[in-house]
Design a protein around this ligand. Sequence first.
Ligand code: 8DG
Ligand code: CA
Ligand code: CA
Length: 512
Amino acid sequence: MSQVPVKKRSRCPQHATPPPVHLEDPVRFPDTVLCLVEKRMGASRRAFLTSLARRRGFCVEGADSKRVTHVVSEGNSGDEVMEWMKRKGSCWMDALGSGPALLDLSWFTESMSAGQPVEIEPRHRLGVTIRKEEPEGRRQVAAYICQRRTPLAHCNQALTVALETMAEEARFCSSEGRSLAFSRAASVLKSLPWAVRRVQELSALPCIGEHSKKIIQEVLEDGTSAEVESIKQSERYQTMELFTQIFGVGVKTASRWYREGLRTLADLKAQHTKLSREQQAGLQHFEDLQIPVVRSEAEAIGQVVQKAVEQFLPGASVTLTGGFRRGKQSGHDVDLLITHPEEGQEVGLLRKVISWLDSQGLLLYHSSQRNTFYALEEQEMLDSSTSTMDRFERSFSIFRLDYLSGGIQRGAGSQEPGSIMSGFGATRSWKAVRLDLVVTPYSQFSFALLGWTGSKNFERDLRRFCKQEKKMALNSHALYHMEQKIFLAAASEEEIFQHLGLEYIPPEERNA
Ligand code: 8DG
Ligand code: CA
Ligand code: CA
């Protein structure tokens, strides 16, 4: 089973960035910007060559930099370099030869010896295959998100931000279909290894409807979309955005409050609006919960939970999922998945863990749900495969993250030493962080891992693909073949993709 322990985190795409520049190395050749390909070269040799080049006055940047003019590789073919660069977030490579020169290390060593960039000769260049089916060096884009690779860094940020604002506005109006259409269009653009520059390029892409096209055109032509800007300025959008950011508040509640004339958090407090326990906690810790949680904080919380879990069930594992598993460096909360290799041992564990965390003063709020998924039955699958909610034993809580208790690097909004700014400039040594804990039986772990890793768009389309293309039902518990009427077991995420006949997409490429 492919469990990812809390301590061993997957690498983030920003690994393409070389070591920091030292000010004592002045740039002598500003028009030559190198990128060294780590593949086959290895990280330490790359760091060594980077320092060497910088000492000689060369500029060296990461694969995601648009300034790169010379890509230098050792032992890779041109096609391999192209593939590597794309994976590292490079947006401007194409098979037609525009973009930087792809070069063998021989060009680099000769340039270092010469103390300046030497002329590029044909023998320095790496050959690239131009594929017939890719007339503009561009691949066909698959219709389902789960058939595509969507890295964290992509080339169409301004367009996707605009489309996602449209999607959110539609969601605030409870227009789920419209919201989905904009989200899907944004997801397609996130998966493109090139930047869209002309509206004509959209015609070959799936899921870009007329309205999305109009928004994209506006942004391409004017830098912004008048429609999006007017939405962002509207009182309703701003209020809905504010209210739905409160923990425990959904679109329905936010809409009702808006209709009742409420506009601000102060209004909510002053009007003595009837709030659930969850919403009260959300309002009380609103400022803290607005501050993004960084990876070091998520890992620190993971370790506290691991310690708690081990007290009651030695051998149980705690896995960091959600956006952090997809390589994000920050997120709105921490998602932890707990399991034990001996099926059944995990029953009742969450209650004990929560009680212990609470007794240590580490929980500012918690609400738990018992496992209501008792058996793998057809009806259970058919009912739950369309919803992202699952039936595991789980807890949605607010964790009290104490900076003074052991080497935690602080995230944004924090102040030295060991304290964060709270309202009115006061400081304190802790911060409230949203924490989701989920306990899963071992045999369902891979499904839960897949389900809780996200992104939400990726998960939604994966379930849609299962149903529409494979006549299967997938949720965070199991995969069910509706025609054959059998459950398909899987000991890893890879096996689930195999069952579905899909190429495996690693978590870092599920950022749709
Ligand atoms: P962020 O926190 O970094 O901002 O983003 P995220 O980690 O991608 O989002 P999230 O809201 O924490 O959700 C993480 C994944 O968990 C997402 O793909 C959807 C999934 N998820 C829930 N609730 C439930 C649920 O009840 N059941 C299942 N199976 N998945 C859920 O958010
Ligand atoms: Ca999360
Ligand atoms: Ca979550």
